[in-house]
Design a protein around this ligand. Structure first.
Ligand SMILES: Cc1ncc(COP(=O)(O)O)c(C=O)c1O
Length: 405
């Protein structure tokens, strides 16, 4: 391996939301806790990105930037090389993150009181975007078939048919369940949404993090009809660990949708930051070999997590996800209430994953925890050992499990 993903980096002084001691104390009432939530990686960026950012910093002028030809071309070339998706530079709209683009899509397509479809359990800020802007959540829960999640097309069609439903947010690949949707699955979703004139905002932020043989299919490559009714949210931030640099590329093939999106964003006068812009160029143009090694390491971590769980906590269900660096672990055999499970993680195991309940507020996340395995394997091992040791101490067959309150 050319790159060292085993190195443990102290991020406690890096103004990191995941590692700040002050925040850990505030949020979890614990400082000695291993944070295994929040979707960023505990790895250094590629040397090419570090060099580009350091060079830019040494220039010592930090005025307004703009989406340069080189910046846009890097995104075009990336989509072509990785996904065989041919896009044009003028299809790309810069936003400082996917969150903002999705809120913008909601405000464009759904009026206050209208409904927006999401497939729970899902990345929980979606709920905040919808409710926070006065729109209503239309839940189409995924169907859990022995740990593999599938789409309920009948449910989707029933929701799409309602004339108050204006938009669907499709998470592809899906955080937290790790599914990489197939061509057929995307086609069915798109056909239903198009039939009822429901706009589709597709969140493809995890699309480079493919861990198994199923390939990532960009939504807009499925058919021209689908491409003409969508807003695709992409970003180098998950792939290359750049979330703090606020870069995302919103790709909109349809001209009138793109113009409307640009008009909506125009009053904010947003430009790529100096560091985000050079980081994107270095990521897409010079860091592909780093990504290939990262994927090997992540596959190793996912396999380690699976084997460890089988050996030490066989009643806990998990799988190697098709995509993302997030494991959706099912602790329901412990028969703890969501509250008990969360307390167990924080105060007995002293590990802070993301609490499953927040991804599925109607019970789809009860009994689950989301564990971010984009960290050095020694850290992952330590976190899993803490959970397994705490479980052994508790003796799962004893009273706590049967209390269930
Ligand atoms: C599915 C998904 N969408 C969006 C985001 C946030 O994107 P950004 O930081 O670009 O706003 C995340 C971050 O974890 C995510 O997992």
């Amino acid at each position: 391996m050319k790159y060292d993903f085993d190195e443990r980096i102290d991020r406690t002084e890096a103004i990191s939301i995941k590692w700040s001691k002050q925040l850990r104390k505030q949020m979890f009432d614990e400082v000695d806790i291993i944070p295994m939530g929040i979707a960023d990686m505990d790895f250094k960026v590629s040397p090419a990105i570090a060099r580009a950012v350091q060079n830019r910093a040494s220039h010592e002028t930090y005025g307004y930037g703009y989406p340069s030809e080189e910046y846009l071309q890097a995104c075009v070339d990336w989509q072509k090389r990785r996904n065989n998706w041919e896009i044009q530079k003028d299809w790309i709209v810069y936003t400082p993150g996917v969150n903002m683009a999705l809120v913008c899509a909601i405000e464009m397509y759904a009026e206050v009181g209208d409904r927006v479809i999401v497939q729970s359990p899902v990345y929980y800020p979606y709920y905040d975007y919808i409710e926070g802007t006065g729109r209503k959540i239309a839940y189409n829960p995924l169907v859990n078939k022995d740990g593999r999640y599938e789409i309920n097309y009948e449910g989707l069609e029933n929701l799409a048919r309602d004339e108050k439903t204006k938009l669907m947010i499709l998470c592809s690949p899906h955080n937290p369940v790790g599914r990489c949707w197939s061509y057929e699955e995307l086609l069915k979703v798109g056909q239903i949404c198009n039939k009822y004139h429901v706009m589709v905002a597709v969140d493809e932020i995890h699309s480079d993090l493919i861990l198994q043989k199923e390939p990532f299919v960009p939504y807009a490559t499925v058919s021209d009809q689908l491409a003409q009714n969508c807003i695709i949210c992409t970003s180098p931030s998950k792939t290359f660990n750049l979330a703090g640099l606020l870069v995302s590329d919103i790709i909109i093939p349809n001209e009138s949708i793109r113009l409307a999106f640009k008009k909506k964003m125009a009053p904010y006068y947003l430009w790529p930051g100096n560091f985000g812009a050079v980081a994107q160029i270095a990521a897409y143009n010079e860091s592909e070999d780093w990504l290939e090694e990262l994927l090997i390491y992540l596959r190793g971590n996912a396999e380690f997590l699976y084997q460890f769980t089988q050996a030490r906590m066989p009643e806990v269900k998990c799988q190697v996800p098709q995509a993302t660096y997030l494991a959706w672990m099912d602790f329901s055999a412990w028969k703890m209430s969501p509250r008990q499970l969360w307390d167990f993680m924080l105060h007995r195991a002293r590990v802070a994953p993301d609490n499953g309940q927040v991804f599925g507020p109607n019970g789809e996340g009860d009994g689950f925890q989301r564990i971010n395995f984009a960290c050095p394997r020694a850290q992952l091992k330590e976190a899993l050992e803490r959970i397994a040791d705490a479980r052994d101490k508790l003796n799962m067959s004893s009273t706590l499990c049967s209390e269930n309150n």
